[in-house]
Design a protein around this ligand. Structure first.
Ligand code: AMP
Ligand code: MN
Ligand code: MN
Ligand code: MN
Length: 283
């Protein structure tokens, strides 16, 4: 796919600065990209400049940590002004929440006999205001507490595991309404990845998202299964969602597809980039 509307730089939990990410996009033949760091648009300006220099069209984006029925949900906002006052206000508590959670995770890991995690994780965070579970996972791996990056999540960091600490993120409806109020387009990120205790909750999430003004869902994502891609293409048809797509790329060490290498979206769906003046067949 020559369009990729979901990826991360080192302004959140990605490995590379925006300029290097753009270089990979250029190498992969990406024609339109969005940088969607978690809860920050601090990389948007340098990413846009690098993309424009490389002849790649750019839509500013963000991936907002949110919650629905106690489950963490990611809402992508496309087409938001990275310098808006509303954005600064909306994100004002985020860095503090991440640091406070980091301290709680540090205590929880210490209770498991693992010491120095906060300091270690901060060592992996190029921008400390975006301290992420990813940085804890990288430190747990480097310090030999786990054998693989994935094991860090499975053993310690995901919900239900001993070092998991909850954050009161905005609700999905709040995130969507914020994106809409900024003139952006709200996209439900990797809908196939959420673990609900019952199937109907998945539909309840789609209802809630759509009712708040959510317009698009990621029909193909590098971070969900191919079965999910098919399921959510069908959901998009049933509910009239626009289709988005992204690799959700973070780093070279991940087995996920490289930027632009996620599967293409079915031709019968209306792509989300038509909202930004690009033709449906731009890919
Ligand atoms: P945070 O925003 O700090 O809670 O970190 C969330 C990030 O951790 C996600 O964006 C993924 O990059 C990664 N992540 C979350 N859950 C998992 C998981 N179960 N397995 C692997 N990576 C995960
Ligand atoms: Mn991430
Ligand atoms: Mn995500
Ligand atoms: Mn992501």
């Amino acid at each position: 796919m020559s369009i990729d509307l979901h990826m991360h730089s080192n302004f959140s939990d990605g490995a590379l600065p925006p300029e290097d990410l753009v270089a990979i996009c250029a190498r992969n033949g990406v024609k339109l990209m969005s940088l969607t760091d978690h809860d920050t648009m601090a990389g948007a300006k340098s990413c846009r400049a690098a993309a424009e220099a490389a002849g790649i069209a750019f839509i500013p984006g963000i991936e907002i940590s949110s919650q629905f029925a106690g489950t963490g949900i990611h809402v992508v906002g496309l087409g938001i002004d990275p310098e808006s006052d509303g954005l600064t206000k909306f994100l004002s508590g985020t860095a503090g929440k991440r640091l406070k959670r980091g301290e709680e995770m540090d205590r929880k890991l210490a209770a498991c006999g693992i010491h120095g995690a906060l300091e270690g994780a901060l060592g992996f965070a190029d921008h400390a205001t975006s301290l992420s579970r990813t940085h804890f996972a990288l430190w747990l791996l480097e310090s030999g507490h786990v054998k693989t990056y994935q094991e860090a999540f499975d053993k310690y960091l995901k919900p239900g595991r001993p070092a998991y600490a909850r954050v009161e993120w905005p609700t999905v409806a709040e995130s969507v309404r914020f994106i809409v109020s900024e003139g952006g387009t709200a996209v439900l990120a990797h809908p196939g990845r959420y673990e609900f205790s019952a199937d109907w909750m998945r539909d309840a999430l789609l209802d809630d998202f759509q009712k708040a003004g959510g317009l698009a869902i990621e029909v193909t994502s590098g971070s969900q299964s191919r079965v999910s891609d098919i399921v959510f293409a069908e959901k998009a048809r049933e509910r009239g969602f626009l289709a988005s797509t992204g690799s959700d790329w973070h780093s070279e060490r991940s087995p996920r597809p490289s930027p632009g290498m996620q599967p293409t979206i079915p031709k019968d769906l209306t792509p989300v980039w038509t909202r930004f003046g690009f033709p449906a067949d731009f890919c």
